[in-house]
Design a binder for this molecule. Sequence first.
Ligand code: SF4
Ligand code: SF4
Length: 377
Amino acid sequence: MKKNCFKAIIIEDARHDLEAKVNGIFDKLAPKSFNGMRVLVKPNMLGPAAPELGHSTHPEVVRAIVRACLSRGAKVTVGDNPGGINRSSTGVAQVTGILEASEGCFAPIGDKVVEMRGSKSGHTLMISRVVLDADYVINAPIFKTHAGMYLSGAMKNLYGYVAGACKAQLHLKAPSREEFAEVLCDINEVRHPDLNIMDALTVLEGNGPSHGGVKREVGKVFASNNTLVADTVMAAMVGVEPMRFPVTKRGQERGFGTTDLSQVEVEGNIVVIPDFKLPNTFIAEATEEMLTRAAQANKMRDDRLAELLPGRLSVKPLLAIDKCLQCGDCEVNCPAQALTLDPYPVINDKCIQCFCCVELCLEGALEVPDVAAFRAY
Ligand code: SF4
Ligand code: SF4
């Protein structure tokens, strides 16, 4: 994309007259008519949680997008592959309100899958057929934190292109943040969305992307014709340099767009959310970097430095035993088989800190430890 072709639109007070405002985004960033084109709308459907919890894209954002597409003559499919091996996407769509909001356009997209090889990371990707068949893709993420990757926005949302058990396997094959960022870039490259519309009505801060997150009313929706730019706007809104986030950084390095907002035609104001709280994992990483720099400057011995470091590499989720129903979901969904029920979840040293168990536990019984606890492991 040429310089200055990147666009972003920030919509304030988006709860008020949402449908008209989303329609306005289409007027500026989408074709005037879809004329029978197959349009895929890809919301974030993390799991079976009510819309007010902010885990998934708000159904009214999905409804506004669907209506804008239908009024322009599109053949619309709304779909996502939610996390969790045994979770039906239709069931998740029902609980999140997305099934009803899709106005007859919802489809379980995990049924037909194409095996794709030759990715940069070397991993085989099982991609929903509908992604490859679409003439136009609308990425509709929700703005939230993510204990594993720090933020979950536009690029991360496309992990839902991947279907079935392949999602869990990729966590195991790409256990570090940098490796997983590479996989996410591979998935983005399968099909870059044509339009990104980010739900920032109620965002999650803290240890998202599910029960560990804390809701924050922001009341905005923003859009971009470029996925990396959408995530750059999100980074700016949390007040952090975009290259601090592994996926954004790798996206920039792979030439997906720009993280330089001076290269973007922005309509509206990008305002920093005051005191936005990033996940404990981000804080630990930042602390480690700061201590390492200070230690190097002071020529500190390695053993002394090791005492000061927060011990990020051995962080494991913590169990709040009073919330645990011993349902076994976490055991089934742990990609590293590091977690067993005995009779409550016990996590061994095979843990790769993907935090899938934290994300998928419907009771919020697994938590990201706070930074002070990191050193205890
Ligand atoms: S931690 Fe959550 S997912 Fe795991 S057994 Fe307990 S309630 Fe189920
Ligand atoms: S125990 Fe949890 S954080 Fe550790 S590898 Fe398994 S799912 Fe990931």
